[in-house]
Design a protein around this ligand. Structure first.
Ligand SMILES: C[S@@+](CC[C@H](N)C(=O)[O-])C[C@H]1O[C@@H](n2cnc3c(N)ncnc32)[C@H](O)[C@@H]1O
Length: 347
């Protein structure tokens, strides 16, 4: 594979190339979701997950005053499974359904095609979230932010160094560091990312999305429901990882064929949103969120009159979603909304 004619790339540019290059990018050429593929996400483990999100959306819409027109925007919809089940669950709520303007913001044309085949309802695929209309807007993002490229910086004595990948020999790429002007970066992103840190891992694009969505919520009203794996420590950690065939892999080998991801630092996300004024965040674990929404009761209802194998399967999948040792604690749910909205179902 030809890695363009660059000798080196900053870590985020390298990740962008590996995941989203039009020809070689991991997300651009295949469907990585499912038991048979590289990884499996919550909507592909059990439909109960998406059903709980659907219930949450309807309740949140009510907290906005049940607007007659509103936008539901999914960020990074993968194989489309979550949106499909959400729409199915909405069928029993005709007034709500009529008010809902469905949108998907997805980067990969291959995945857009897969989504179009799976979802038969009226959906608008939007390349730019800033161009949506002025109606109240509810954004949902499951494992979207972890798929966005990150930068990394190390502090040595009082100097900051940024991580780069040397690509002179495309068969043997390696990491190296370059001096960085962190003050200049902080001025650009309008956020003191280096405050009390000796190591920085952050996504420029991820913070941009947070800023844009927060501004839309402030103007239009609405919220962002963000579900992802991550941690809440004040200090940032190196969480960069590659995944192939459900196992950890080497980031620098097999470029374009392994998924590259990281854990979200929710503490930084909270601080970033807080300094934008007028917004409030709530945070909880996936286990608590789904349990409060009634996922166990729903599992009981759908497993009634099922044979033993089917019942076991439903509960095995439920455990994967909520068990503390599986996704229950590592995955967190964050809500960003206007500070005057007191809604807190699930939190
Ligand atoms: C880890 S997958 C999660 C998919 C899905 N939400 C799920 O839970 O199965 C990340 C998704 O985000 C999309 N994505 C990543 N960066 C994006 C961007 N900048 N704009 C739009 N979509 C993006 C990917 O193509 C992919 O569909």
């Amino acid at each position: 594979m030809k890695l363009k004619k660059k000798n080196s790339l900053s870590l985020d540019k390298f990740i962008n190339f590996s995941l989203y290059d039009k020809k070689f990018g991991y997300y651009m050429k295949k469907n990585p979701f499912g038991q048979e593929s590289d990884f499996i996400t919550a909507p592909n483990i059990s439909r109960l997950f998406s059903e709980m999100i659907a219930i949450w959306i309807i309740s949140f819409w009510q907290s906005l005053g049940s607007p007659k027109k509103f936008n539901l925007v999914e960020l990074g919809a993968g194989n489309g499974e979550m949106m499909k089940i959400i729409i199915e669950s909405f069928q029993n709520f005709p007034f709500f359904l009529e008010s809902c303007n469905f949108m998907i913001h997805e980067k990969s044309p291959t995945l857009i095609n897969i989504q179009k085949k799976l979802i038969k309802n009226k959906i608008k695929w939007i390349p730019n979230i800033n161009k949506i209309n002025k109606d109240p807007s509810i954004f949902i993002a499951n494992e979207f932010f972890d798929a966005i490229a990150i930068k990394q910086f190390n502090k040595k004595k009082s100097l900051w160094f940024e991580k780069f990948v040397n690509l002179e020999n495309s068969k043997r790429p390696f990491f190296f560091e370059k001096r960085a002007d962190i003050k200049k970066i902080e001025k650009k992103i309008k956020f003191k990312i280096s405050q009390n840190q000796n190591f920085i891992e952050y996504s420029k694009l991820g913070l941009n999305y947070l800023k844009d969505i927060s501004n839309i919520i402030k103007k239009n009203t609405g919220g962002l429901l963000l579900i992802d794996y991550g941690y809440t420590d004040k200090k940032m950690k190196n969480t960069l990882q590659a995944v192939s065939n459900h196992k950890f892999a080497n980031i620098l080998s097999n470029i374009g064929n392994v998924d590259i991801t990281h854990n979200i630092n929710f503490n930084i996300f909270e601080k970033f949103v807080k300094q934008m004024n007028g917004l409030k965040t709530n945070l909880t674990s996936q286990k608590d969120f789904l349990t409060k929404l009634g996922i166990k009761e729903r599992a009981e209802i759908i497993s009634k009159n099922k044979n033993f194998t089917k019942k076991s399967d439903i509960y095995y999948r439920l455990e994967r979603l909520i068990n503390k040792k599986q996704m229950g604690h590592l995955f967190k749910v964050m809500l960003i909304k206007n500070e005057n909205n007191k809604f807190k179902l699930g939190f």
